[in-house]
Design a protein around this ligand. Sequence first.
Ligand code: NAD
Length: 268
Amino acid sequence: MTKIVLVGAAGRMGQALVRCAQQIEGVELVGAVEHAEHEALGRDVGTLAGLEPVGVVLSADLREALASADVIIDFTVHTAVPVNASLAAELGRAVVIGTTALDDTEQMLVQKAADKVPIVWAPNMSLGVNLLFAVSKRAASVLGPGYRVVLDETHHVHKLDAPSGTALRLGEKVAEGTGVRFEDVMVHDEGGRQESYPEGSIAIRSFREGEVVGDHTVSFENVGERIELTHHAYSRDAFAMGALHAAQWVCTHRPRLYDMQDVLGLRE
Ligand code: NAD
């Protein structure tokens, strides 16, 4: 049985994780943490997630919550991630990070924590998206640099970062496939306002609409044809299920920084 502490447990993903944790075998929710100012501290997280009580109350004390846990799952904000990962490393607990938009220093601190404990960090935990990463890289390597590549990402209006972490990772995979440096060719077009993009670029168009959970399309276009690879996430449960799967996996691996390609055996 994998004993899990959720950090950011009252958030949108936190609530999905509480619901999904009740549906699968082999995981036990032993703690749920929020920041110290959260209004729901002390309440049962099952009730917060729209279920019957699950016997775990929302707390602000991650150290105490980790005492009886194997792994933390972090869906918070980027600034909180290094703090949580460092504490997990100090206490020898594995980590799954779904939080996106970490800056270079925050990523370096996560990497440092991964010297001590196994960490899975992935901007998108869904099985389907991780398959899309692998398929997009393969498509790019077969089609070559002559094809124009556009990545469209659409998310709900509450999303803070753009482009999405998933779109950036997709762009990296396409760049790996065509053998170019992503940083050299990436163009970000917020709202898809530009009419065209420079030759050889990988353009990411970000759209924010209503409550869209997450849509990503990679299109490759050349004279007379276009190929589109699309993933639609209908519910946050797709990410929550992936994160719970990763939590079970990471506890059985040695200290290192992993991503979902490792968890799903998709790494080449
Ligand atoms: P949200 O705002 O609904 O939830 C975040 C929660 O974290 C909030 O409840 C907030 O109070 C809490 N929080 C903030 N600081 C904290 C701290 N120091 N300690 C504990 N809790 C703290 O956001 P969300 O939609 O649940 O997304 C959370 C993160 O996960 C974002 O970075 C988002 O981009 C990312 N995300 C990743 C995936 C994936 O598959 N990897 C999927 C969806 C969202």
